[in-house]
Design a protein around this ligand. Structure first.
Ligand SMILES: [Zn+2]
Ligand SMILES: [Zn+2]
Length: 86
């Protein structure tokens, strides 16, 4: 058994997440893992649950948010290019 570091639930299916720096966190659910660990978009402040985009070490949920804040390199970020399906 292991205890979730967010909600305190002692749950047999709790799991660990190891970060790039080697820290280990324990959660009982993805919801709690997202609450503690997901980066927050610097423009709109949503939790970045998918890939998101990174510009100069700053995290954004999408190209629009990256372009809105990082006006130099961020201007290169695109969510999509080319023709849309008909
Ligand atoms: Zn939890
Ligand atoms: Zn955003």
């Amino acid at each position: 058994m292991a205890t979730c570091e967010v909600c305190g639930n002692d749950y047999w299916m709790a799991f660990e997440v190891r970060t790039v720096s080697g820290d280990v966190h324990t959660f009982d659910s993805f919801e709690c893992a997202i609450h503690r660990m997901a980066p927050i978009c610097e423009h709109c402040e949503v939790k970045i649950v998918g890939h998101g985009v990174e510009v100069n070490g700053r995290f954004f949920c999408c190209g629009h948010c990256a372009r809105s804040v990082e006006r130099t390199e961020g201007a290169e970020i695109r969510d999509a290019v080319g023709a849309r399906p008909a």
